[in-house]
Structure formats: structure tokens, C-alpha cells
Design a protein around this ligand. Structure first.
Ligand code: WT7
Length: 575
């Protein structure tokens, strides 16, 4: 089990000045000390949007650039004051539509400044934000809006076509951002509503335990789970922004994640603005040239991305790096899946920087185990729990295991940004806390004698493809809707660039014959019905799928077939 890379250590190149007191008092660390840095600790008036935007304006920093945005057509810059006024307007637009505290308001649109303004405005009225990936198709969109009981949605004319309005009675208002907004009932034109709205608003003052955001994420069974987070998260967003992202006031920070994913909100919106940094948002798709151009153009200093992107950049080679000036970079971080040691070494070589791995989950709301700047790095390790967080490897009975023993990666409860519920599903929520005093992550890992954690894999069947978490059940459910598919079992197959790809094993209905055309058609069916990232990249037809006597498809047997490993205990198999 011991990792062969265990011996390798890369010293901290830039000890974090921000960690400062927090690290020296590692053992006496108190979250209450972090809380004192928020305005509500003295005023009692609490709202994350105020804390992230308005507070800086009130402190005389309104002229500072908050958002630098560009895509193929637009190139814009917004100060903190601009965002304050725009989000006030949007809050008024929502109020005029009758939206109020606790309502769920979803955003389904590409990364544009309007998306950020919508999210901030939603928080200002005390409503709960629900971000959706732009890539989602009809079923994925409907499932999430329905489960959450969303009352309003902000989208674009193109994406509106994927919203099954007649099947969503609770969705009373849709705000459409773009040209040629249709004039149907229930549709509001963002631009005209914004131009009529006042730029002054009454911020809804909230409690720490009031709702903030619901991120839908996948598990191994059932539909996606609505992970519900509260305002209290801001404590950890702010603190990790400071000690892990190492944000300082003059930083130009770029998080490459989409807000459809928790990284794109916790670290693409909240952490940078709570820390008063300048936040870069780049619309459009991944391309090495575009990305390096973005770093050069804005002089990005702190950059947070994902292993799959770093691997693709590595694949794009060093010649392209030589064409850009990337000397502004001083701190690079990664999240989402295991960060390969060779990527870390490559980063040191080509960027002159260690790429700092961070571990956390949608459910944890913020970073927990990290290579923070002052920590000597062991490439391949996720790092150590940050001050304030306690992690351990426990067995299924909750016994803490000694170094090098593999087991459940568990976090001592509570921490500020821990999820507070799974929407509509208390049973699922409780499963995470089935061992007293611990949150059970679903990841397996071990710890070394220096307290570093080493990721080993998922305990369940959840697939991690290019850092996106995909539930096999959701894909299987879509597959069996196809007329040719009798049964389907879906697994993650190891892939050098994407971490894993989705592979589907399919048995066909009577009258259908296996063919490459059929494979393509089935993959396309999932792509159109669910989303591109959920579509299987590989399909294999089988006469029969391995099932338990209770009829459950045994994904672990499919995986063993794929990897040519022993299939293990088959006592529950059907025949
Ligand atoms: C799962 C959570 C919160 C943003 C990350 C994605 C995997 C995450 C790492 C890492 C190895 C990682 C885990 C985890 N994961 N970070 N640094 N090393 N694996 O959030 O979609 O909720 O997925 O991603 O398996 O459980 P998510």
C-alpha cells in the first residue's frame, strides 16, 4: 500500500504570510477568531453578498476591479461598486416578481457577467441559488428544477428551449438574458427589467443557518442529490481563500471552474470576493492558447484549475508556453481528482511553481485537506488538513486506523461549510454521518506518518471524468430509455487524460443487432437527453449483464471484466 513516491518532497517555495497566526496556533485554532473578521460579528447584519461586495464599497474600495471578463465577443471590467449596483438592481427585479427569502432561484446560463450579477442579486434577497451546467439537457434540467421546487430561473433564449415549462408548475418566472426575448407569459426580459430597476435595494439580513446555495451532485444510486449549503459557509470560503489560495488584495485571481460546479461558486465567486481580490472569468471552452493568453493578458497571479486541464496543457507541450509571458503567476492550485506527481514536477519545470493539490467535495462546501503554501509538498499526496479541520482514516466501525492502512477518509464534524441537508432526502443525508462524530466522504485513502493524506479511490461506483462527478445510475436510467437497450451497466474506465471515461455495458432488446452505428446512436441519445459529459465514450454489447439475485447490476463485476481483474465474491450473483 505504501506509495513509492513517499520519499519525494518539494519544499515550500513561498511560505504563506497569510497563514501566519493561524498556523502558529494550529492546535489552538478557533473558528471564532475567523468570524471576528466579518462585519456581521459586530453589526449582527449578515448576508454573504453584502460581505463579498458591498462591504468593500463601504470601506472605500468601491473603485477596485472586482471582475475581469472576456469571451470571443466581449471584453469587460467591473468594479466592486459596479457589481454592487447591478446586483441591487437584480435583487429588485426578483422582488418585483415576488421572489423572497428561502425561495429557490436557479441559474442556467453560460459564464457571463450577467450570471454573476444574478447569483449575487439572488443572495441579496435571501433566496437560495441553484446553479446548473450550461451543458445540461432537458431531463437533467427538469429533474433538478422539480426536486428543488424552483420558483424562478435565469437563462438565455437558446437554453430556454431545454426547459420543460409545462411540466414545472412551480417555476413561475423565467428571466431571459439576451436579444429577442420571446414575450410569452412568465418570461421577463433581463435587460429591460434591469434598466427599469432601481440600483438601491434593501438587503435581506439573514441568520448564519439560512440557505445559500444548492448544488446537485451525483451519487452511485438514485437521482442527483441537492446538496444544501447555508450562509455560514462564508467563514470557510473567506478563510481558505486567505490561507490556501493565499489571496492578497492586489492579486489577480483566476478560477477556471464553471459555477455549475461547487468549485466555480465557493472559489469562483465567494472566496475571491470575500477577500477583495480581482476575479478573472473567461467564457468559452478550454484551449491551451486561450488559457495562456488569459494569464498573460490579465497578469494572473493565483490560478486554480483541475488535473484534467493541467494534463491537457502538459499534452500541448512547452513550445506554446514559450510564446506567452506567464511570469505573473505566483501560486497554482488544483482540485477535482488525483493530481499526478508527474504533473506537479512538470509544473515546477515549466511554470516554476508547485501545483498545489486540494481535496474537498460538493458536500464539504470548502477545502479541507490541502497543500497550503507553507507546507512542504509530497507530490501525489493531497496534503494535510488545514488548521481548524480534523481528518482521519477510519474503518467501517469508526475505528481510527494507523498510518498506511487504507480506509474511509473521514472528517470530524462539524466544520463551518459542511452541507446542512440533502434537499428532500434526509435518509441520504444521514448516510454520510452514519458513524458518530464523523462525516464519511466515500473516498478511500491512507495517511502517512507525517499526517499527509494519499487518495486511493472512490468506495462507491461514482465516476470522476475530467473532474466531473457522474452517477452511473443517472446514465443507466437514460440508456434504458433508448428503444434498443434492454439493460445497461455503467462504470468508470481509467483514462490517462480524463482520469476516467464512462463505459457502458449494454444488453439489447429482441430484434436489435450490435453495430457501431447503434453505439453512436445510443451515445448521442444520452448526450441529447442528459448532457455531453454523461454520454458513454465506450459501449460494449453483452448478451447478459451480471446481476445480483435481487436484480441489481453488479458494476464491480463489469469493472473487473474491463480491468481483467479477479471478480471477487460472486455469492450474490444470479447465475
Ligand atoms: C470527489 C468530489 C469540490 C470540488 C471537487 C469536486 C474527488 C476531489 C480531489 C483530489 C483526489 C479528489 C473525490 C471526491 N476529488 N478532489 N484533490 N484528489 N480526488 O467535487 O464533484 O463533489 O467531487 O472528487 O473522489 O469525493 P465533487
Amino acid at each position: 500500500m505504501m506509495n513509492q513516491l513517499q520519499g519525494e518532497v518539494i519544499a515550500a517555495v513561498a511560505p504563506s504570510s497569510n497563514l501566519g497566526d493561524y498556523e502558529t496556533t494550529y492546535n489552538e485554532f478557533k473558528w471564532e477568531d475567523v468570524e471576528k473578521e466579518f462585519s456581521w460579528s459586530t453589526t449582527g447584519r449578515l448576508n454573504l453578498a453584502y460581505e463579498a461586495i458591498d462591504r468593500h464599497v463601504d470601506a472605500g474600495r468601491g473603485g477596485k476591479t472586482a471582475l475581469l471578463y472576456s469571451d470571443a465577443e466581449r471584453d469587460e471590467s467591473y468594479t466592486y461598486e459596479d457589481l454592487q449596483l447591478q446586483s441591487n438592481k437584480f435583487a429588485n427585479v426578483l422582488r418585483n416578481l415576488g421572489v423572497s427569502k428561502g425561495d429557490r432561484v436557479f441559474v442556467f446560463m453560460p459564464r457571463t457577467p450577467e450570471l454573476y450579477v444574478s447569483i449575487l442579486g439572488t443572495i441579496k434577497v435571501g433566496a437560495v441559488v441553484g446553479p446548473l451546467f450550461e451543458a445540461f439537457m432537458e431531463t437533467a434540467v427538469k429533474d433538478r428544477l422539480e426536486d428543488s421546487g424552483a420558483v424562478a430561473l435565469i437563462t438565455t433564449p437558446t437554453l430556454l428551449a431545454r426547459v420543460k415549462r409545462d411540466e414545472l408548475p412551480e417555476l413561475k418566472n423565467i428571466i431571459v438574458v439576451g436579444n429577442d426575448v420571446p414575450t410569452d407569459d412568465g418570461l421577463t426580459d433581463y435587460r429591460s427589467a434591469m434598466s427599469e430597476a432601481s440600483s438601491e435595494t434593501e438587503i435581506e439580513w439573514l441568520e448564519r443557518e439560512d440557505g445559500l446555495i444548492i448544488h446537485y451532485t451525483s451519487g452511485s444510486t438514485g437521482k442527483p442529490k441537492g446538496v444544501y449549503h447555508v450562509q455560514n459557509n462564508m467563514i470557510q470560503h473567506y478563510y481558505t481563500g486567505k490561507v490556501v489560495l493565499d489571496l492578497k488584495e492586489d492579486d489577480i485571481y483566476w478560477c477556471t471552474a464553471d459555477p455549475g460546479w461547487v468549485t466555480g461558486t465557493s472559489y469562483g465567486i465567494f472566496a475571491p470576493w470575500l477577500n477583495g481580490a480581482t476575479n478573472v472569468v473567461r467564457g468559452g471552452r478550454f484551449s491551451p492558447a486561450d488559457w495562456y493568453q488569459t494569464i498573460q493578458k490579465y497578469g494572473v497571479t493565483v490560478w486554480y484549475s483541475a488535473p484534467t486541464a493541467f494534463r491537457m496543457l502538459m499534452g500541448a507541450g512547452e513550445d506554446i508556453i514559450a510564446q506567452y509571458d506567464l511570469s505573473s503567476l505566483r501560486h497554482i492550485l488544483s482540485v477535482g481528482e488525483p493530481l499526478n506527481p508527474e504533473v506537479v514536477r512538470w509544473g515546477v519545470k515549466v511554470y516554476g511553481q508547485r501545483i498545489h493539490d486540494t481535496w474537498w467535495m460538493t458536500e464539504t462546501g470548502a477545502q479541507l485537506i490541502c497543500n497550503y503554501p507553507s507546507l512542504p509538498m509530497k507530490p501525489g499526496s493531497m496534503g494535510r488538513p488545514i488548521p481548524g479541520v480534523e481528518a482521519a482514516i477510519v474503518d467501517d466501525n469508526g475505528k481510527v486506523l494507523p498510518p498506511y492502512r487504507m480506509g474511509n477518509l473521514a472528517i470530524k464534524t462539524p466544520w463551518p461549510s459542511m452541507m446542512r441537508k440533502i434537499w428532500n432526502n434526509p435518509t441520504k443525508y444521514e448516510e454520510y454521518f452514519r458513524i458518530d462524530g464523523w462525516y464519511i466522504s466515500g473516498d478511500s485513502a491512507y495517511q502517512d506518518e507525517d499526517g499527509y493524506f494519499w487518495f486511493q479511490g472512490r468506495i462507491d461506483d461514482v465516476i470522476n471524468s475530467s473532474g466531473e462527478r457522474i452517477g452511473p445510475f443517472e446514465v443507466e436510467s437514460k440508456l434504458v430509455e433508448h428503444p434498443a437497450v434492454a439493460e445497461a451497466g455503467v462504470i468508470g474506465k481509467p483514462d490517462p487524460t480524463r482520469g476516467e471515461i464512462i463505459k457502458a455495458f449494454i444488453s439489447l432488446r429482441e430484434g436489435y443487432e450490435p453495430s457501431d452505428e447503434l453505439k453512436e446512436e445510443i451515445a448521442k441519445f444520452v448526450k441529447i437527453g442528459l448532457s455531453a459529459h454523461a454520454a458513454p465514450r465506450e459501449i460494449e454489447f453483452k448478451d447478459k449483464l451480471p446481476k445480483t439475485r435481487s436484480g441489481k447490476i453488479m458494476r464491480r463485476v463489469l469493472k473487473a471484466w474491463e480491468l481483467q481483474l479477479p471478480v471477487g465474491d460472486l455469492s450474490t450473483i444470479e447465475d
